[in-house]
Design a protein around this ligand. Structure first.
Ligand code: HEC
Ligand code: HEC
Ligand code: HEC
Ligand code: HEC
Ligand code: HEC
Ligand code: HEC
Ligand code: HEC
Ligand code: HEC
Length: 411
């Protein structure tokens, strides 16, 4: 975004001639002086000449970066800079990382064990759930056989291992299509060989969803931006593989699968933006620009019957999402014994059979509903000994009790 011009000035020692007697032989050259201070940033360059108009009057637009939208779309800009999207990958170029002005997350004080910040070219995420790091050749820093902890989890502020079967310096950064704006699979960003592809701007910014804005910025009334309200826009990144299936591992649905989940629920009739404001963060609130998060509708506005009819008065203070959107997916941190991950499920449907399985036989896929484990047992342990695994546990409830209350819960 910003180009900073470093001017290096070097001072050299100069000898002085005396005025008495014949001039002696020239002395040896003095040592080089200390490096001068960095020069001031150079003045902005002049605007380039206007490009030629294309056949229909306007050439293909360039990516201009989100700061070019700030003056005219102050509200959207202020919302987006406070969300996780723009910080999906951030160039540090070997410098000590300085978080951007409105960065909502938290980077660790130190780089992964065995590395200095000079060995790190990019930080991946660290905005919401976890941070990973790219080395100075463009490869993602992995644990390898040494099992060094190289991933930083925000919630617990702990380092954990990542890719213990991949030697450091071998894992290419192929993540650009979902982490950057204006991605092209050609070439290597910043000439780092481990990075597959190049892009116009780090992170997910305005033009990742609205298309390149170069022409619109010049002439906003004549050139419209793309507005795509379809779930497939969000689903191009919030997906894993084929959206017909819901991949799982280690007792949790994997992360970035909201589109897989929605596609397997009756809410596939809705678009993500029917519930979400695309510019606002759901995870990072802000008193002025985002007091209520990205979800703009109440479940009750469509499901007024269920809202009015609930079998339990003891649980009447719960929100719909407490039972219908438990954190059954995991990005960084998960407590398997308490059925508690760190990403809200988008499956919604609850299977009230106490023996229903959440996953297929080998645990690689999630079934398209929530079992009572995630909907109920994440609060209600099955017995006192199970309760020890919980941070906050409510009353112990047997299978029979849960099933009895769950069945026909809103009848
Ligand atoms: C010089 C001011 C200006 C700049 C800079 C600008 N816009 Fe706009 N934008 C406008 C105006 C004015 C409109 C409304 C145009 C209309 O009503 O026909 C608009 C409309 C839009 C719309 C459609 C809104 C709607 O309701 O249909 C989108 C999306 C948009 N801009 C995105 C962007 C993005 C992304 C950028 C940065 C790349 C950007 N704009 C930069 C002035 C600007
Ligand atoms: C180009 C890929 C891409 C697209 C398109 C995309 N997302 Fe994201 N989204 C991401 C990534 C990557 C993250 C993780 C960012 C972070 O570090 O928090 C994310 C995070 C989020 C978050 C959680 C972070 C927060 O600040 O609350 C929400 C909510 C979200 N996206 C909703 C949406 C919606 C709704 C759409 C469609 C309008 C959408 N996304 C489109 C890639 C994308
Ligand atoms: C994650 C995708 C995504 C990102 C990032 C994004 N937008 Fe949007 N934007 C949308 C969608 C989808 C809509 C349509 C929302 C609707 O109609 O409910 C929209 C609508 C708009 C509108 C119309 C008015 C409104 O708020 O609905 C403007 C203007 C706009 N965006 C500008 C921007 C600017 C400027 C940025 C960057 C600062 C930006 N957008 C970033 C997806 C995105
Ligand atoms: C298909 C799109 C996609 C691909 C490919 C992808 N990611 Fe992501 N990633 C996401 C989305 C969407 C999120 C946030 C939503 C979620 O986790 O449910 C995310 C979240 C993350 C986060 C957490 C960010 C934060 O601020 O907490 C990290 C770290 C991450 N991804 C690393 C990677 C790495 C490393 C790769 C490549 C090896 C990769 N991702 C490939 C879409 C993708
Ligand atoms: C814009 C309207 C709308 C909103 C908002 C909405 N829903 Fe729905 N929901 C629907 C529709 C439509 C269906 C499908 C109804 C059908 O086919 O009988 C549905 C179905 C469901 C189902 C049954 C799912 C299944 O696969 O059997 C559950 C549970 C549900 N919604 C919960 C919620 C919760 C919880 C919220 C709030 C986070 C919510 N809904 C918000 C419209 C909405
Ligand atoms: C029926 C409404 C609804 C629809 C449709 C919906 N979401 Fe959500 N989403 C929510 C609610 C409510 C939350 C917050 C859940 C909570 O409070 O824990 C949420 C949270 C999220 C989060 C943050 C994860 C977290 O742990 O809080 C992401 C990312 C997200 N949604 C992405 C999407 C994407 C992408 C789509 C479309 C494929 C989508 N959502 C469709 C209601 C919806
Ligand atoms: C977010 C936590 C939470 C979730 C999720 C939850 N409960 Fe509860 N439940 C409570 C609390 C709090 C009470 C009242 C105090 C107590 O009994 O622990 C309660 C009470 C109960 C009771 C005794 C009171 C009564 O009304 O009969 C039953 C039975 C029960 N829950 C069943 C369920 C079932 C079935 C589900 C899943 C569909 C569920 N709970 C999901 C927190 C939760
Ligand atoms: C204590 C847990 C709990 C809470 C809180 C809860 N539900 Fe449910 N909900 C259930 C269970 C269990 C079922 C499945 C009932 C069945 O299949 O017999 C269900 C079913 C549904 C269905 C599907 C109904 C159908 O006919 O397929 C909808 C829609 C729904 N809930 C919406 C909501 C909304 C909206 C809220 C908030 C106002 C809410 N629920 C709060 C437990 C809960």
């Amino acid at each position: 975004m910003r180009h900073i011009l470093f001017i290096l000035t070097t001072a050299t020692g100069l000898g002085l001639a005396s005025c008495q007697g014949p001039e002696g032989p020239a002395g040896p050259q003095g040592p080089a002086g200390a490096d001068g201070q960095d020069g001031q940033d150079g003045a902005d360059g002049q605007d380039g000449a206007d490009g030629q108009d294309g056949a229909d009057g306007i050439g293909a637009p360039d990516y201009v970066g989100m700061d070019a939208c700030a003056d005219c779309h102050e509200e959207q800009w202020n919302e987006v800079v406070r969300s996780g999207h723009p910080y999906k990958v951030t160039y540090t170029g070997g410098e000590d990382p300085v978080p951007p002005e409105y960065f909502p997350g938290e980077w660790p004080d130190d780089p992964p064990d065995g590395y200095t910040w000079a060995d790190v070219s990019y930080i991946i995420g660290g905005a919401t759930w976890k941070a990973r790091f790219i080395d100075s050749n463009g490869y993602i820093i992995t644990s390898g056989a040494a099992e060094n902890p190289v991933q930083y989890n925000l919630e617990t502020q702990e380092w954990v291992t990542y890719e213990t079967d991949m030697e450091p310096g071998t894992k290419e950064y192929t993540c650009g299509p979902c982490h950057t704006t204006g991605y092209s699979e050609e070439g290597h960003q910043n000439d780092l060989e481990g990075i597959v592809g190049t892009w116009a701007e780090d992170g997910i910014t305005c033009e990742a969803c609205h298309g390149p804005g170069g022409n619109h910025v010049d002439d906003p009334y004549r050139v419209e931006m793309i507005i795509d309200r379809d779930s497939e826009l969000c689903g191009s990144c919030h997906v894993r593989g084929d959206n017909a299936l819901i991949p799982a591992s280690g007792g949790f649905t994997k992360h970035h699968e909201q589109w897989n989940e929605i596609s397997n629920s009756k809410h596939r009739a809705l678009d993500c933006v029917d519930c979400h404001d695309p510019h606002k963060s759901q995870k990072h609130l802000d008193d002025e620009w985002n007091p209520d998060g990205s979800v703009t509708v109440e479940c009750e506005s469509c499901h007024f019957y269920e809202a009015a009819n609930q079998a339990s008065t003891a649980m009447s203070y719960l929100d719909c999402v407490d039972c219908h959107m438990p954190e059954a997916a995991k990005s960084a941190v998960g407590n398997l014994d308490a059925f508690d991950g760190d990403i809200a499920s988008h499956l919604f449907a609850i299977n009230t059979d106490a023996d229903a399985e959440q996953f297929n036989d080998d645990g690689t896929y999630t079934n398209p509903y929530l079992t009572l484990d995630y909907a109920c047992r994440r609060c209600h342990p099955t017995d006192e000994s199970a309760a020890e695994a919980y941070d906050t546990a409510y009353s112990v409830r047997t299978d029979a009790e849960l099933e009895a209350l769950a069945t026909g819960y809103h009848d």
